[in-house]
Write a protein that binds this ligand. Structure first.
Ligand SMILES: Cc1cc2nc3c(=O)[nH]c(=O)nc-3n(C[C@H](O)[C@H](O)[C@H](O)COP(=O)(O)O)c2cc1C
Length: 178
């Protein structure tokens, strides 16, 4: 049982990263920041003789070394223009490459962390819909979302407590592998 936390923020030590590490404290996990990876936009090779795979960037390495062995995937994103960051969107678009090559998505448990400044729970609902429906399509088990309001880079670190949806996810993380 391995937990992989994927931080979709360009801030490696910002609110999303801090939220993930707070919720995963004492839970064995690995963290990957999408900002550390070169990820090209997805191609759509369905009508071409192309392979629907792009070996020229870091995507396949990330998927095979870290995503494939993980039983539990934690996706984190700040809200950017009421949606997920471009980094996470590009990464998720590339799942089509993996899907086309029978990547073992099925039965992985997936959790979503969202941090935004402007009422994210009310105004950024599209992120949860996109991730939940993508999980359904790929037969992953969507286990829930935690949403925190924060803006300055240390806001989450400075919060003495976290909302109850965070605590519910933490409870799930603590039970992974038990
Ligand atoms: C380019 C950009 C766009 C943003 N758009 C929104 C937005 O539409 N809604 C919102 O609530 N917060 C928005 N924010 C604020 C971030 O979501 C907020 O600062 C968040 O805490 C950043 O998380 P991080 O520290 O993990 O990067 C935006 C920030 C940036 C830099």
């Amino acid at each position: 049982m391995t937990i992989l936390f994927i931080n979709g923020s360009p801030r490696r030590h910002g609110n999303t990263a801090t939220l993930g590490e707070r919720l995963l404290r004492d839970c064995p996990h690995i963290t990957r920041h999408l900002a550390d990876y070169r990820l090209n936009f997805v191609r759509d090779d369905r009508e071409t003789s192309g392979d629907q795979r792009d070996p020229s960037d870091d995507y396949e390495t990330l998927m095979h070394q870290d995503f494939a062995p993980a039983s539990d995937i934690v996706l984190g994103t700040p809200v950017y223009w009421y949606d997920m960051t471009g980094q996470l969107k590009v990464f998720m678009d590339r799942w089509f490459d993996s899907f086309t090559h029978d990547f073992p998505f099925a039965d992985k448990r997936l959790y979503l962390l969202i941090v935004g400044a402007d009422q994210p729970a009310q105004k950024a609902t599209g992120i949860t819909t996109a991730v939940r429906e993508s999980c359904a399509w790929l037969k992953m088990d969507f286990r829930g979302v935690a949403i925190v309001t924060a803006d300055g880079a240390h806001d989450v670190a400075d919060r003495p407590t976290l909302p109850t949806d965070c605590l519910a996810l933490r409870h799930q993380f603590l039970s992974v592998g038990k």
